[in-house]
Design a protein around this ligand. Structure first.
Ligand code: PMP
Length: 427
């Protein structure tokens, strides 16, 4: 079937408007490791998908899934050792303060649990987030999506400007002054919530500010922000849906930015594609939430989630993927950073491990974000067989976030295509 016919059928079946990537949508039929294939067998290197973290069609995960599904899969109101062992293994990946876990099926649900947990524990409802974030699509969690700092003077969610060095809140400020300026906005948001009677329950951030475009953050910002939150009686929620599971080369993004959360939310990569998410915290916080809600989630905490979740961690540990991410990520980031001097449109190269952002800007003196050029680059890279996307507060950041099994040879291949693409757009 032609891609055009399939796209028309899709519009009828889904209703038009369901998003697709690229100028000409990509029709794929098979994946293996970091490679995806179209119906004609054309190969694409996947440099976008973080969900299949241990690779597309990973055999260890597929076998664990099939074995469990053909043995037992049932909801969580029975004793089953697999799910207990998985909860123990997951919490052991954090420090001792993270003791217990509530499983769910999506990052949205896990963030919803985190917000409710923070609100119940503090007896307050005010949440502070950043102004260009995304934490999920439910009514409560979706309220935090890209709310500008100006629009949020009321209600129980307040946004602060995300911290960044490239387009700083105080132009020309040194790093220490800048850190204090961003922290002041946090203090103001907390004060505002207290003054209007909402009260302050907590701060939620993606630990590496992924949806904001992976900004370089003034050093020490998150450690001090966490102290300010706790001094004000609030809780720190780390959304590790994107940042966690070795994406940065370390297990958790909060270690990269140097802070300790009270509540950790994980999702996307946990099940390599099986819906699996978690909200982990101290036993006291989790038990408080359980007592107040008797939370139940039909498909969560199942033997299937446990078997798959275990298999994913097995592969990450067995194949040394954290080290792979650190090594290949460092190589690719420095190779891209070196190209900043060579191609006028590249304004910045940032990121951690195998999560790299290439900021595309206009080439005139203003250096304004150039989303159209970023989109053009992404489409040209796709035509050359490399799949990326765009992200960031201004959607002008070429987002590179391959499965964790991405190798040095893939990075080298990509750089050839990247150079040719940048030569096309920059002349
Ligand atoms: N948190 C972050 C940081 C995300 O990027 C996303 C999804 N892109 C979510 C939460 C929501 O996860 P889900 O789509 O599984 O609900």
């Amino acid at each position: 079937m032609s891609s055009t016919t399939l796209a028309a059928r899709r519009d009828r079946a889904f209703g038009a408007g369901a998003p697709l990537f690229y100028n000409t949508p990509l029709h794929i039929v098979r994946g293996e490791g970091v490679e995806l294939f179209d119906p004609e067998g054309r190969r694409y290197v996947d440099m976008y998908n973080n969900v299949p973290c241990v690779g597309h069609a990973n055999s260890h995960v597929a076998e664990a899934m099939a074995r469990q599904q053909s043995t037992l899969n049932v909801h969580s109101r029975y004793l089953h050792e697999g799910i207990v062992a998985f909860a123990e293994r997951l919490t052991a990946l954090h420090g001792p303060a993270i003791e217990s876990v509530i499983f769910s099926c999506s990052g949205t649900e896990a963030n919803e649990v985190a917000l409710r947990m923070a609100r119940m524990a503090t007896g307050k409802s005010g949440i502070v987030c950043t102004n260009a974030t995304y934490h999920g699509n439910s009514e409560a969690v979706g309220k935090m999506t890209r709310i500008g700092t100006g629009q949020n003077a009321a209600g129980d969610v307040r946004a602060i400007p995300f911290p960044e060095m490239l387009r700083p809140l105080v132009p020309g400020a040194g790093e220490d002054e800048l850190r204090e300026a961003y922290l002041d906005r946090l203090r103001q948001a907390i004060r505002g919530l207290e003054e209007d009677g909402t009260g302050f329950a907590g701060l939620i951030v993606c630990s590496i500010f992924a949806n904001e475009g992976l900004p370089d953050v003034p050093s020490g910002f998150m450690a001090r922000a966490a102290e300010i939150v706790r001094e004000a009686g609030g809780l720190v929620i780390a959304d590790e849906v994107q940042a966690g599971y070795c994406r940065s080369g370390q297990w958790w993004g909060y270690d990269v930015l140097g802070f300790k959360p009270d509540i950790v939310v994980t999702g996307k990569p946990m099940g390599n594609g099986l819906p699996l998410a978690a909200t982990a915290a101290s036993r006291t916080l989790v038990e408080g939430f359980r007592a107040a809600t008797r939370y139940f989630n039909t498909f969560a905490s199942s033997p299937l989630q446990a078997a798959v979740g275990m298999a994913v961690i097995d592969v990450i540990e067995r194949d040394g993927l954290a080290a792979n991410v650190a090594t290949v990520g460092a190589f690719l980031k420095s190779a891209l950073a070196e190209r900043k001097g060579r191609f006028a449109s590249i304004a910045d190269v940032r990121g951690h491990g195998l999560f790299i952002g290439v900021e595309i800007a206009r080439t005139d003196a203003a250096r304004e974000p150039d989303m159209d050029k970023a989109v053009d680059i992404i489409n040209r890279l796709k035509d050359r067989g490399f799949l990326t996307s765009n992200a960031g507060a201004y959607r002008n950041v070429v987002k590179i976030r391959p499965p964790l099994v991405f190798k040095q040879s893939h990075a080298e291949e990509f750089l050839v295509a990247f150079d040719a693409t940048m030569a096309d757009v920059d002349g």
